[in-house]
Design a protein around this ligand. Structure first.
Ligand code: ATP
Length: 140
């Protein structure tokens, strides 16, 4: 079934999720403050916007409340990540998934109702360590 996703923050993590979902046939809105990041996903998302995730007018304009899923992949600007999450939860989006920068960021995101919190580098590191030590790899 075709779902509606919005991705806010188009660094390596956000842009790769954006491209994958779009290739899978989903509707994907992609947003970043940096015009170059937005340009890089043009044609690889349903609609693109240069804008700030903390901007309530922009969120209203794109109809954020109608999305099934919003992924917030803002990195270093923890304040912007938290504020964006708050605004989007205020619009009752059922699935708000957020990239956390550190454990303090994680705790705040949990408190304000983020539905899933990622630590991509940490999670990938654990996965690779598990894979490297699995029987499958030893047998290979
Ligand atoms: P990655 O590892 O995914 O490349 P990163 O952890 O290095 O990301 P940043 O590069 O700091 O994180 O941020 C990711 C993206 O979020 C950047 O493209 C940045 O322009 C964008 N971004 C930062 N603040 C905002 C904001 N308030 N609204 C929308 N996008 C933002």
């Amino acid at each position: 079934m075709r779902k509606q996703f919005a991705i806010i923050g188009l660094g390596r993590f956000g842009s790769s999720i954006c491209k994958e979902l779009y290739h899978m046939g989903h509707e994907v809105f992609a947003i970043d403050t940096d015009e170059k990041k937005v340009e890089a996903v043009r044609g690889l998302a349903t609609q693109t916007f240069v804008g700030n995730g903390t901007d309530e007018n922009l969120l209203e304009q794109i109809g954020i409340r109608n999305f099934d899923h919003v992924i917030i992949a803002i990195g270093d600007d923890i304040q912007a990540s938290i504020l964006t999450t708050l605004h989007i939860k205020d619009h009752n989006v059922p699935n708000v998934w957020v990239k956390a920068q550190n454990d303090y960021h994680h705790k705040v995101l949990e408190k304000i109702g983020a539905d899933r919190i990622f630590h991509p580098e940490k999670e990938m590191g654990s996965r690779i360590a598990a894979y490297l030590t699995s029987d499958t790899v030893l047998d290979y």
